[in-house]
Design a protein around this ligand. Structure first.
Ligand code: AMP
Ligand code: MG
Length: 326
């Protein structure tokens, strides 16, 4: 993003003992950002149930687009409150959790993972990490924790606390130092959404081990490293039914209106991402407000101009995708 974030926070280096773990969990519960060791790489953790906490991840990483994030849980029982596990998902969880496997499953009706962490999707990505320190923090935090790799966007994943600090010192509340991570590659991601499990990203659990458990070959979605999924297979991006008109001055007749900043507009079908013009608040509201306006059934959603700096870049990226002709 084009405006550098001022190094405004004092980043604490916490030792991964009982008191460091308790402090990390308390920071997370309070909406803070904490880099945590997992068995794959260091994760930049935030409360997945809080849109504003999740928005902080994007600010710290300077990530220019919103992707769905993986939510981490201490065990299968808590994971099953967030998502619906079919027979394959259950077999994979039982075989590989705790461990470097992420399962993308339909969100349950009681799912508490925020819209921003799910990037507006009806599915949720869940993982139970094996690292004892990560596990202890997740137990103490008592809620799903979103944690993409703890590096700035475009740099390599951090596998030690020193790597984390090289990228994120002054941008996050703490790093919980438990030495270098062991696997150093990210989790394997498998989607169990409609019967045939799909490999979305290769990673720490080998494909053959997964195929052994499910007793069939995995469907491969897109190329290694990312999850571009061919149209119709899985909605990898949230898309509203309504047409989206960007950089609007005002709604036209019959349009729904998504505002930003102080405007004092009175309109039947309008929501304001942040009346005070706070981009972090706007990011937290983006997917939920788009869905609410879409559900009003208007043909078009007109969207106010969002500044292109800071989190505005990621917000505009998402809005442009929503506005792209389909
Ligand atoms: P990471 O940056 O390691 O947290 O990676 C997150 C990965 O999980 C990205 O490749 C996402 O596209 C993928 N992912 C997370 N949630 C979902 C979902 N609901 N549907 C499809 N892919 C997902
Ligand atoms: Mg990464």
């Amino acid at each position: 993003m084009n405006q550098p974030l001022p190094a405004s926070r004092q980043t604490k280096a916490l030792v991964a003992d009982a008191s460091g773990i308790a402090e990390a969990a308390a920071l997370l519960r309070a909406g803070g950002l904490v880099a945590l060791p997992t068995e794959t790489v260091y994760g930049l953790a935030a409360d997945a149930t809080s849109g504003t906490a999740v928005a902080g991840i994007y600010t710290a990483k300077e990530r220019p687009s919103f992707n769905p994030l993986i939510s981490h849980l201490p065990d299968l029982a808590t994971a099953r409150r967030q998502g619906l596990f079919d027979a394959n998902a259950l077999a994979l969880a039982q075989a590989f959790w705790p461990g470097p496997l992420t399962l993308v499953v339909p969100a349950s009706s009681g799912c508490t993972v925020s819209d921003l962490a799910r990037a507006g999707l009806p599915s949720v990505a869940l993982r139970v990490p094996a690292h004892p320190v990560a596990h202890a923090v997740l137990e103490a935090a008592g809620r799903p924790i979103a944690a993409p790799s703890a590096n700035r966007s475009g740099r390599i994943s951090a596998t030690s606390a020193a790597h984390v600090l090289a990228d994120l010192d002054g941008r996050i509340d703490a790093v919980l130092d438990a030495g270098p991570t062991e696997v150093g590659v990210e989790s394997t991601i498998v989607a169990c959404l409609d019967g045939a499990p799909r490999l979305l990203r290769p990673g720490g659990v080998p494909r053959a081990a997964i195929e052994h458990v499910i007793g069939r070959p995995l469907v491969i979605a897109g190329d290694a490293g990312h999850a571009p999924i061919s149209p119709g297979m899985l909605a990898s991006h949230y898309a509203p039914a309504a047409r989206v008109r960007l950089d609007a001055e005002a709604p036209e007749d019959g349009e729904a209106w998504l505002g930003f900043g102080p405007e004092g507009r009175e309109h039947a079908a309008s929501l304001n991402l942040s009346p005070s013009g706070d981009l972090r608040e706007a990011a937290a509201h983006l997917f939920g407000y788009m869905r609410r306006l879409d559900e009003m059934g208007r043909k078009t959603i007109a969207v106010a101009r969002i500044p292109e700096h800071g989190l505005g870049e990621a917000i505009n990226d998402r809005l442009r995708r929503a506005a792209a002709p389909r």
